[in-house]
Design a protein around this ligand. Structure first.
Ligand code: GNR
Ligand code: NI
Length: 149
């Protein structure tokens, strides 16, 4: 495993749309693990592949705080929001690629996400609270969108 360098705004790669992953092979899994290691080291609660200069639709997340118990890492390829709540929530967001900037962002409070996991299996996950905020923030990265946009 290896730590990767996190790109900073205004790197043009952070503005590009990423390509779908075609197969979950050992190289994809190694990339996912590097992303988790890089995210934990930062530290952050999520990381999208374009933030390390890899233009693929891959994200990782773990919203469990270090002192709050077992880590709960998610590794997702080709994530898509398949339904959203009408209810919205506002969270003060930050981004590892935009250090020391924070802004209130309003998003659907709950989202259902379909994705391919590290074993190549298609899964669905209901996200609420911080997890919902984070997964939408990361999917925005895969579409070249930053929270300041
Ligand atoms: O570590 C992160 N914290 C965070 C806080 C509120 C809303 C979104 C995030 S994601 C961010 C890590 C990051 O930049 N992921 O792309
Ligand atoms: Ni970010």
């Amino acid at each position: 495993m290896a730590l990767r360098k996190i790109l900073l705004h205004p790197d043009p790669r952070l503005k590009k749309k990423c390509e779908p992953v075609t197969d979950i092979d050992d190289a994809t899994r190694a990339l996912m693990h590097d992303m988790l290691e890089t995210m934990y080291a930062a530290p952050g609660i999520g990381l999208a592949a374009p933030q390390i200069g890899v233009m693929k639709r891959i994200l990782v997340m773990d919203i469990v705080k270090e002192d709050d118990g077992e880590p709960q890492p998610y590794m997702m390829a080709n994530p898509e929001v398949i339904s959203t709540s009408d209810e919205m929530s506002t969270y003060e967001e930050g981004c590892l690629s935009i250090p020391e900037e924070f802004a209130d962002v309003q998003r659907p409070a709950e989202v259902r996400v379909r994705y391919v996991d590290a074993d190549g299996e298609t899964k669905e996950l209901d996200c609420v609270g911080l997890l919902a905020t984070c997964v939408q923030h990361e999917i925005d990265h895969l579409n070249g969108k930053l929270f300041i946009d």
